[in-house]
Design a binder for this molecule. Structure first.
Ligand SMILES: *[C@@H]1O[C@H](CO)[C@@H](O)[C@H](O)[C@H]1NC(C)=O
Ligand SMILES: *[C@@H]1O[C@H](CO)[C@@H](O)[C@H](O)[C@H]1NC(C)=O
Ligand SMILES: *[C@@H]1O[C@H](CO)[C@@H](O)[C@H](O)[C@H]1NC(C)=O
Ligand SMILES: *[C@@H]1O[C@H](CO)[C@@H](O)[C@H](O)[C@H]1NC(C)=O
Ligand SMILES: *[C@@H]1O[C@H](CO)[C@@H](O)[C@H](O)[C@H]1NC(C)=O
Ligand SMILES: *[C@@H]1O[C@H](CO)[C@@H](O)[C@H](O)[C@H]1NC(C)=O
Length: 710
């Protein structure tokens, strides 16, 4: 009876699951031979007394039904993992962890084979304690710690945790793959706290890309301390403090803190409100991070740099790196973007009759450089001489012009970065598509036409066509019908290559033939779009009226945007325009009402609304849904996202329910697209990369910051 009562109260007061057979309620204490089973809903974790942290199995891969033995923030909606046991392998359903006297925590697979244990255990374990600090401690009869997770950190540090000389933490491979990644934070024996990368699978350590400069011989650093208030400091030998944390701390009574070495090599300290009440951010907010600019500061000689080989690193507004392949290059391995990019063409030194200018062309990029891939410098040289030299040199992959010096670079290109401060201009040598050595005359002229077609329609059309391959999307006649189908996304994911950018203009007549529906005149607009080539000035277009009714499907379900009747043309140099309101209610961006300049971002906004409709299978505004919050899809969807009740959005759709991770990612992309502040909205290209899962989607801020409902 006595053991029943607190359990019931606990259930009512906090709505948390009640694990009668797993643990003395909320004591944090685990006795010998207690165990947890991966996938067992009744006994899958041990909670700390406050319930803030849980130790146990967290499902990390729905498709393969894999679980990670880990510690996480139990009350944070996404159950942020702060520690994990086996750095390399999540385990299958039915795996088991048991507290044993001799091996401590013992992880075994469903067949009983031992996978991991909490090494080293020097004396007999008497019990374990899941501390409210997030530390699981194994203690002996005298209540002395003999093993604790804080002494075996993975990629995250928590308040009250310390690092001694020689200690390190390592990044994970990606947001969802917990294998050991390339980056390390280490307190060196000389007292310096450094960030480095290692060349896996070896331990070869590259140059530091950050150092705290606390290796002063007379007074070196001795310990890193993450204190209870959230401050991260280095303690010197004489106890002098060097504070690393920047920015204003929030109260540790109301907020959780963590510092994580992210998979992209940036160490970030974050905070998160403890309760879901109030108006605080319901997600992790970055307080500060090091290094300042990983793209520029991290270059190393025997490795690829922050992004991987043949890549370009660009810093986003959260000071995290965004990695891109140069044009003509694609990812080597789409599941691991840090493996780098490969050229989509063969660059060879075989003798050929064909003049080089028939085979290769240059993609020009301002501010881009690969500082560690030079093999020759020519000076004084002008731009034309530089290009000519690279074109006729079969070793040359890229030429960089800086002042009057021409730097020739070879593959693989490493430490690629965007740095506008140095005034460099890159000429990337790429093979012309379909450039046949044998019959150069005929094919290269037709290929340069294809090249022109590639540019048609600017970012909007490009992004759409690709995206629509992902979501099988139907828009028919006056009404519309949406189908969200996981299978179609999967199959299309496989044909990721440049050929899918196979866009073309339709003559007005073709469109009528294809659809049988008469549309506003497209001809004038599209002719204008089709005129320019790769190195000349291009024309951008703002469609202004992206909505389901304006997206037509061809017989292969490829989406085509129609109805350019409201479109606005922009020259490339022009990035905004002032114009009277255009568009359709429910899809128009707020800047139309605010007397703000109109940019291509209005289409991104409309696309975001459209994406929400596709995900939720309903109209963006539907008064029949009742209360305002529900009638306006964007409000409702964001509420559900914030509250973690996504299933309400896709009620009864079993297929989607099984793939909530992707659904959440698509939603997050949509929220980025409908940001009130146009500058926060991503480009369509970025949207595409996020939808494909190539670029990580960060947690979107509330899209409604300016409006009353925020
Ligand atoms: C939990 O951790 C705190 C901070 O390190 C420590 O003071 C406390 O003794 C720990 N609790 C137990 C029961 O060991
Ligand atoms: C994580 O990445 C490693 C290395 O690429 C791979 O071998 C492993 O299968 C991945 N794990 C999961 C769960 O995807
Ligand atoms: C080392 O640190 C002490 C103070 O902690 C300072 O007085 C001294 O100048 C430093 N030495 C060097 C070489 O930086
Ligand atoms: C944490 O460190 C900061 C800076 O050294 C200090 O002001 C604060 O009092 C410390 N908090 C605790 C709880 O020790
Ligand atoms: C909430 O997040 C926004 C955007 O990330 C940030 O500007 C703001 O300062 C945050 N508010 C708090 C209380 O942390
Ligand atoms: C190179 O050009 C930059 C500006 O473009 C100038 O500041 C710098 O002095 C020049 N360097 C040399 C060596 O001419």
């Amino acid at each position: 009876m006595a053991s029943f009562l607190p359990c019931t109260i606990f259930l009512i007061s906090s709505q948390l699951p009640c694990y009668t057979n797993a643990q003395n309620i909320n004591s944090g204490r685990v006795t010998l031979s207690q165990s947890l089973n991966a996938g067992d809903h009744k006994a899958s974790s041990w909670l700390s007394p406050s319930g803030d942290f849980a130790f146990g199995f967290q499902q990390v891969d729905n498709d393969q039904d894999l679980f990670l033995l880990s510690i996480w923030f139990e009350k944070v909606p996404d159950k942020t993992v702060v520690w994990y046991a086996d750095k390399n392998n999540p385990v299958p359903r039915g795996s088991k962890v048991t507290l044993t006297p001799d091996a401590g925590l013992l992880l075994s697979d469903p067949q009983g084979e031992q996978l991991w244990n909490s090494d080293p255990i020097v004396s007999q374990v008497d019990f374990a304690f899941m501390n409210d600090t997030g530390n699981i401690q194994l203690q002996n009869k005298n209540s002395e710690n003999i093993w604790e997770s804080f002494n075996h950190p993975t990629d995250t540090l928590l308040p009250t945790q310390t690092m001694e000389k020689g200690d390190s933490i390592s990044s994970r491979l990606s947001g969802t793959n917990f294998s050991q990644g390339r980056f390390q934070l280490r307190l060196q024996p000389n007292g310096n706290l450094v960030l480095t990368s290692v060349n896996l699978p070896t331990e070869y350590t590259n140059e530091n890309y950050y150092a705290s400069a606390t290796d002063n011989l007379t007074n070196p650093g001795k310990q890193l301390v993450f204190n209870e208030s959230g401050n991260i400091v280095i303690l010197r030998q004489n106890n002098q403090i060097v504070t690393l944390t920047e920015g204003k701390l929030v109260s540790s009574a109301d907020y959780y803190y963590r510092a994580t070495l992210n998979f992209d090599g940036v160490l970030t300290e974050y905070y998160h409100p403890k309760t879901s009440k109030g108006n605080g951010n319901k997600s992790w907010t970055a307080l500060w991070s090091i290094p300042d600019d990983i793209c520029i500061n991290s270059f190393v000689y025997k490795s690829s740099g922050a992004c991987g080989f043949n890549r370009i690193c660009r810093l986003n507004s959260e000071r995290r790196p965004v990695c891109e392949c140069p044009r003509g290059f694609t990812l080597l391995d789409s599941s691991d973007e840090y493996r780098g990019c490969k050229p989509d063409f063969i660059q060879d030194c075989q003798p050929t009759e064909t003049p080089a200018e028939k085979l290769y062309m240059f993609q020009e990029m301002t501010g881009v450089d690969w500082p560690t891939s030079d093999y020759e410098a020519l000076q004084p040289y002008d731009e034309d001489e530089c290009k000519d030299s690279c074109l006729n040199d079969c070793m040359c992959a890229v030429a960089i012009m800086r002042n009057d010096t021409c730097w020739k670079k070879k593959l693989p290109l490493s430490n690629g970065k965007v740095d506008n401060s140095v005034g460099a201009k890159a000429f990337i040598k790429i093979r012309k598509p379909n450039a046949e050595t044998k019959t150069p005359e005929s094919s290269s002229s037709s290929s340069s036409k294809n090249q022109d077609a590639l540019v048609i329609g600017g970012s909007v059309l490009l992004g759409f066509s690709v995206f629509i391959n992902f979501l099988l999307f139907g828009a028919m006649g006056m009404g519309f019908l949406f189908i969200y189908r996981k299978k179609s996304m999967k199959s299309s994911q496989q044909d990721k290559d440049v050929s899918r950018f196979n866009l073309r203009c339709f003559a007005f007549k073709e469109l009528i033939d294809a659809t049988g529906v008469s549309r506003k005149s497209l001809e004038g607009v599209l002719l204008a779009l089709c005129t320019r080539g790769v190195e000349g000035h291009c024309t951008q277009i703002i469609h202004c009226d992206i909505k389901p009714q304006n997206i037509l499907l061809d017989e292969f379900y490829n989406a085509r945007i129609s109805d350019f009747g409201l479109a606005k043309l922009l020259m490339m140099e022009q990035s905004q325009t002032n114009t009277a309101i255009r568009g359709t209610k429910g899809y128009v961006a707020p800047e139309w009402f605010r007397n703000m300049p109109i940019t291509v971002k209005v289409d991104v906004y409309s696309f975001g609304e459209l994406l929400l409709e596709i995900i939720c299978c309903r109209r963006s505004v539907d008064v029949e849904m009742g209360a305002e919050e529900k009638a306006i899809l964007a409000y409702w969807a964001y509420d559900c996202y914030r509250e973690g009740t996504l299933d309400a959005l896709v009620e009864n759709d079993k297929e989607v329910m099984n793939d909530m991770k992707n659904m959440e990612r698509f939603l997050m992309v949509a929220f980025w697209c409908i940001q009130e502040d146009p500058s926060l909205r991503p480009s369509m290209k970025k949207v595409m990369l996020m939808l494909e899962g190539i670029v990580q989607v960060s947690v979107p801020p509330s899209p409604f910051l300016f409006s009353s409902i925020a």
